[in-house]
Design a protein around this ligand. Structure first.
Ligand code: CU
Length: 145
């Protein structure tokens, strides 16, 4: 048997084992693949102002209050018509524009949003408000009439 054939056969065995999924003796847990979703408003929505309700959804991570260091967790932040802040530094706060959902909430009523087009970016930050890396973000554009 040629060495290349051996390597190919060995990788096929590895692939076959990986495809079997967890067995009774397999205590490995799949690595989390966290993401977030801005459910409301949806991208492209036109909504009545001035108050705009936002609802957020966490996929494959735990939403906790700021300061909670549970592994694979974080809290939501909203950037309304602002670019996201730098990686590696705490997210600032700017009333009406950069908002921490530090209680672990997954919804927020933006009380005064001017008529016109808006961009809303959701970012998950860690216990110290630093954006989780790799980024957990979602962006929607919406219009307030
Ligand atoms: Cu925060």
């Amino acid at each position: 048997m040629k060495p290349t054939t051996l390597v190919l056969r060995a990788s096929m065995v590895v692939l076959a084992l990986a495809a079997c999924g967890p067995g009774p003796a397999d205590d490995q847990v799949a690595a989390p693949n966290p993401s977030m979703e801005i459910v409301t408003p949806q991208d492209g929505d036109t909504v009545s102002g001035p108050a705009v309700m936002t609802r957020l959804l966490a996929h494959d991570f735990v939403v906790v209050p700021a300061g909670d260091t549970t592994p694979n967790s974080g809290h939501f932040h909203l950037f309304l018509d602002r670019d996201v802040s730098a990686a590696g530094a705490p997210i600032p706060a700017e009333p009406g524009h950069i908002i921490h959902l530090g209680t672990g909430a997954d919804s927020l009523n933006l009380e005064v949003v001017a008529p016109g087009p808006h961009r809303l970016i959701g970012v998950v930050g860690d216990a110290a408000h630093v954006p989780v890396q790799p980024w957990i973000v979602d962006t929607v554009w919406f219009f307030v009439r």
